[in-house]
Ligand binder design. Sequence first.
Ligand SMILES: Cc1cc2nc3c(=O)[nH]c(=O)nc-3n(C[C@H](O)[C@H](O)[C@H](O)COP(=O)(O)OP(=O)(O)OC[C@H]3O[C@@H](n4cnc5c(N)ncnc54)[C@H](O)[C@@H]3O)c2cc1C
Ligand code: FES
Length: 279
Amino acid sequence: MHEVVSNEMLAPNLHRMVIKAPRVAAVRKAGQFVIVRLEKGGERIPLTIGDADPVGGTITLFVQAVGASTKKIVNTPVKGFLRDVVGPLGMPTHIENWGRVVCVGGGVGTAVLYPMAKALAAAGNEVTTIIGGRSKALIILEDELSVFSRETLITTEDGSHGRKGFVTTVLESLLNDSHRSPLSVFAVGPVPMMKAVAELTRPYQVKTIVSLNPIMIDGTGMCGGCRVLIGGETKFACVDGPEFDGHLVDFNNLSDRLTTYREHECRLDLQEKESMEAA
Ligand SMILES: Cc1cc2nc3c(=O)[nH]c(=O)nc-3n(C[C@H](O)[C@H](O)[C@H](O)COP(=O)(O)OP(=O)(O)OC[C@H]3O[C@@H](n4cnc5c(N)ncnc54)[C@H](O)[C@@H]3O)c2cc1C
Ligand code: FES
């Protein structure tokens, strides 16, 4: 059992939760994730380890309530418990000192980007962060990322904060500026955003790393649920990733696989709503 130490809402439906998990906190590296089960028989939910305090024995998770199980997780109060927190899973982020790097986060992807950006800065890279969202309320971790970013650039689709438009507009201007152009780009966010970033950097031949979020079940490479196509080869995101070279990812295949269970998820959401109304 893993106690919830704190639980705060950062943006609509997005919570920062600090959880007691001393064994995970002691060994986790940037880029790794845990699989959480709220209760016996519950759904297994992969969540990136946003931060860790090895001394206090806690990990930080950023959880976006998108469906029935994540809604239940974010509703767990302080001093409540998550039954299982399994990890750390996945390959850590490959960290080098490239010099200038740009980290691009979209929506909840910004939370997944946070440990990567922090580790890149700690390795001596000059980090520029671009955070994108639909509107101001959905921009998260701006202050936290600014602590170790040389500049933090914001884009919103409605223009309510930062520059109006997409993260790619700002990234393109950096790629075209010889004083600010990155030697590596890290992008985490919705699949169309990561695809657009990879297509933008391809002609510039700038190494681009993306963190993929396929459906995961066991997280051990056994079930095959998280198959992704990388440079024409099948890889399992849970053990070979979740980070891959964005120029090699088959994003169309990933998008198709992510919609496989949509009908089933809608049914689960409806059942949950009905049982809450009946209670
Ligand atoms: C390596 C990895 C790291 C992730 N890190 C985070 C994170 O830090 N914070 C966060 O909020 N989310 C993260 N996710 C996504 C999160 O796991 C899903 O949003 C969650 O599983 C949805 O569960 P649900 O039952 O509430 O929603 P559902 O109603 O089941 O699904 C809603 C949508 O979530 C996606 N999804 C559903 N089940 C899974 C699954 N088992 N694996 C992946 N995606 C799924 C599907 O695209 C689906 O359309 C991560 C996913 C992966 C693979
Ligand atoms: S989640 Fe089962 S193989 Fe990756």
